[in-house]
Design a protein around this ligand. Sequence first.
Ligand SMILES: Nc1nc2c(c(=O)[nH]1)N(C=O)[C@@H](CNc1ccc(C(=O)N[C@@H](CCC(=O)O)C(=O)O)cc1)CN2
Ligand SMILES: Nc1ncnc2c1ncn2[C@@H]1O[C@H](COP(=O)(O)OP(=O)(O)OP(=O)(O)O)[C@@H](O)[C@H]1O
Length: 184
Amino acid sequence: METKKSIRQIIRKQRKELDPIIWQSQTAEICRKTCELDVFREATDIYCYIDFGGEVGTRPLMLEAWKLGKTVWVPKVHGETMDFYEITSFDELKPGAYGILEPDAGIPASADDGLMIMPGVAFDTNRNRVGYGGGYYDRYLKSHPQLHTLALAFDMQVLFEVPAEEQDIKPQLLVTETNIYQEG
Ligand SMILES: Nc1nc2c(c(=O)[nH]1)N(C=O)[C@@H](CNc1ccc(C(=O)N[C@@H](CCC(=O)O)C(=O)O)cc1)CN2
Ligand SMILES: Nc1ncnc2c1ncn2[C@@H]1O[C@H](COP(=O)(O)OP(=O)(O)OP(=O)(O)O)[C@@H](O)[C@H]1O
């Protein structure tokens, strides 16, 4: 098996090279499928990353969530931790840690209910996840275990097998443009 480090290098490079038109259409398809799921429709609170570096786009999902009257929370990194803050428009974001768009700090989400939409660099068909290596999502989900979890990825990010460690938290669902991976 490849190491997490080599997987990060290879997949991040390939993902950045994805044609923008394909990125757009696959993002639209992944968001459309996600919005149809019960776990999305039933959530009143959506915790959603702001895509960067070629990650699956999340703007269509956020627009749909606002349209349905849901509360949308997005991450802001503080050193080794991350918290989520409510935004009501994309205009409230500005470049923060690692150049990722972030909200201003306000009142952090208690995150005791709702759906976490997770990014990732690579996954396998058992939903094991490799992220950028900060451990932010593993730590956040460990302290907010009630959240439902769903990750978004392009098919090219789903490998046969990726390394998983004890503390890694895998999403309950993984949605790609052609598949939905879940337990069982
Ligand atoms: N869209 C999005 N937002 C997110 C995450 C994510 O994976 N995706 N995160 C999920 O954790 C957190 C940010 N974590 C990150 C960790 C490392 C790098 C990164 O690019 N590291 C560089 C080294 C940069 C440096 O040290 O200055 C690298 O690996 O090349 C980016 C984000 C919170 N927000
Ligand atoms: N629950 C936790 N408590 C403390 N440290 C943790 C926890 N989970 C992960 N870590 C630490 O975070 C670091 C990165 O972990 P890992 O390689 O799994 O990150 P990742 O899942 O790729 O990143 P991210 O979640 O930010 O996308 C490791 O050094 C790991 O020990």
